[in-house]
Design a protein around this ligand. Structure first.
Ligand code: KIV
Length: 297
């Protein structure tokens, strides 16, 4: 196998420098856009690593894109930890953020800290992300106080999409936008190192950004945020479920994958594969000896 696992990758002097929280904050200060992408397994992590992104999020969107659930709600902590561990093995320099799944942090500070610790200890994540303002703010504070960096997430929060009226843009009235702004400010106050703004009007992001000192990563939140995040499978056209308007496609990989597997199937059925170049040889004398031994029983 030609792939090199995470643990044995040598750190050469000219290797890219690992992303840290101070470097992220510096990027914001310098106005350098921050690039974040989701990843859910070893190959997608390697792609993110080689493409040179700043932050990799093991998003609970993996519930839908790789595990086939209809929403992000059913995914368990153990399932997320398995995805995050695989990503860790393929990803060396980007900051690695693990998404705490629905039901794994809301009940109490103790539950939130225990789950966050599993993402750090068992999966090797550098930080965790959780959704919403409200009671989540206290959970974020507890995790930060336990020494684990936290990324917040406001606007459209898919784990509680039902309560928000479905998968739709948030903050489209002054009242609702104010509530998004208050959530973001409260998460900043709680000690979050960064916040995701999802599906809010660009003009609202722009106004709220004026009050936020930590890096804001947008998805469907316009161009004023400090960085952007896209879901790996949306970006590359691997997932063919519903794609929101903000999911710009930079590839159509699913079509390529289907074409590749279909061609393989056709070659197997047509006896065109395997060819001689895919087969191992054996010395003619050895073959004669084998033939005689088999014939002799
Ligand atoms: O789960 C996810 O992929 C996310 C991003 C959309 C920010 O939360």
């Amino acid at each position: 196998m030609s792939a090199t696992p995470y643990v044995s990758v040598p750190h050469s002097l000219d290797a890219p420098v690992p992303m840290t929280l101070p470097r992220l904050a510096e990027k914001k200060r310098l106005g350098e856009p921050i690039v974040m992408v989701t990843a859910y397994d070893y190959p997608s992590a390697q792609v993110a690593q080689e493409a040179g992104v700043d932050v990799v999020l093991v998003g609970d969107s993996g519930a839908m894109t790789v595990l086939g659930y209809p929403t992000t709600v059913p995914v368990s902590t153990d399932e997320m930890l398995m995805l995050a561990s695989a990503v860790r093995r393929g990803c060396r320099t980007p900051l690695l953020v693990g998404d705490l799944p629905f039901g794994s942090y809301e009940a109490s500070d103790e539950q939130a800290v225990a789950t966050a610790q599993r993402f750090v200890k068992e999966a090797g994540c550098d930080a965790v992300k959780l959704e919403r303002g409200g009671s989540t703010v206290q959970r974020a504070k507890a995790i930060v106080e336990a020494g684990i960096p936290v990324m917040g997430h406001v606007g459209l929060t898919p784990q509680t999409a039902t309560a928000l009226g479905g998968y739709r843009a948030q903050g489209r009235t002054a009242d609702r936008a104010l509530s998004v702004a208050r959530d973001a400010l409260a998460l900043q106050e709680a000690g979050c190192f960064s916040i995701v703004f999802e599906a809010i009007p660009a003009a609202v992001s722009e106004l709220v950004m004026e009050q936020i000192e930590i890096p804001v990563i947008g998805i469907g939140a316009g161009a004023a945020t400090d960085g952007q995040v896209l879901v790996f499978h949306d970006l590359l056209g691997i997932y063919d479920g519903h794609a929101p308007r903000f999911a710009k496609r930079y590839g159509e990989l699913k079509a390529l994958m289907v074409a590749g597997v279909a061609e393989y199937a056709a070659e197997v059925r047509g006896r065109a594969f395997p060819g001689p170049e895919h087969c191992y040889s054996i010395d003619e004398d050895e073959l004669t000896e084998l033939r005689e031994a088999l014939a002799a029983g």
